[in-house]
Ligand binder design. Sequence first.
Ligand SMILES: [Zn+2]
Length: 435
Amino acid sequence: MPIWIRGGTLVDVINGTFAEGDVLVDDDGKIAALGTFPAPESARILEAGGCAVLHGLINAHTHLSQTFMRGLGDDKKLLDWLKKVVWKLQAAMTPEDVYLATLLGLVENVSCGVVALTEHHKIVNSPAHSDAALRAYIEFGLPALFAYGWNDIGDGALCVDEIVTEMERLRAMANGTCVRVCVGPMVPWRCSDEAMARTFALAEDWDVPFHLHAAETQDEIALMIKRNGMRHIEWLASLGVLSKRTQVVHGVWLSDDEMRLLQKSSARLIHCPTSNMYLASGMARVSPLFWRGVPIALGADGSGSNNSQDMLELLKITALLAKIETMDAIALLPRHILHMACVEGAAAVGLTAPELTIGTEARLICVEIQTPRSAPVHNPFSALVYNASGADVRHVIVGNRIFVRDRAVQGIDVQALIAECTRAAKALLERAGIR
Ligand SMILES: [Zn+2]
């Protein structure tokens, strides 16, 4: 049955325009009509009066297993945070913990207006752990990129043959679903040259992204310089693994030469400003990279270094941090920020461009902007970036499926899930000896 989104402000993120109107989504999940059209004979009606209606946000980097770690990593620097909190909890998680944490994270993402995301999967303790995370994504049904995180140096190292075999297994499991498996080295200083080259060749063979954390903190740059005399992006370029399929997550500490390397290679930057501020990692030079044409998408990062997945909140943080980084109030405007979150995000996860035109696949969100928090609205781009929060998301539609209706995630008993996750997280903390 079609979906009739009635009476909102249609926001075209690609063209930077907006107009009042309705949207009809057909049985195939495509936009069938826009603006003013006769009432369809039978349709599910979603009231969108007072809402901005737009293609939704893409969370281009997260770790949903960290949903159970919210608030536990407060007030720590990256390496301390990893050693004292994240690695301990990761080691103690059961496959059921991973499944529940991922499911709750997906509920949070979609209820905050996220219509697709990239999971950088970290809990590779056993195949059952990876299966649990992937199963949660497949069952939930949002389009997703599942980057298998691996390291072949240090604790939890796997040899490159094991890494490749496991990625092949997970790829077969995801075949024909909403999830696409890709390659996700964890951090440069825990990955060997050989494993990087071999897994990049696999990414080329499968035509999927090569998604990795890089240049996040100064300590990490020092570790790499000590190992081979190179900074992170220089090293990627020297190995021949810096290309348009490479997704550099963070890129906080880039030299001028490394910025040129990113530009030349057409690699993507995945900017995670909340996480960078939370861990005091630093400020990525996003505005100069944006104006040089480097494709930049936005990520919440895991809730261990953000505490939430609210991508609307993150839009404001992105805009404000860019102003401070450059000391320039017009460094990035609201439409540039939405371009990153929606257009570049869609490209990063491998989806079609979010055009507000007939025949385009619907991935729509309705965000209330006629609220005490946002009204009076003079420009919906400004209201979305500077005023709206995840709590303002009223409806979410992906394809022909309504994921969120009047703020309620459909098909899931959210209160029961929260209760189950609370019990499981308490038991996890006891096992890990954190509290
Ligand atoms: Zn991350």
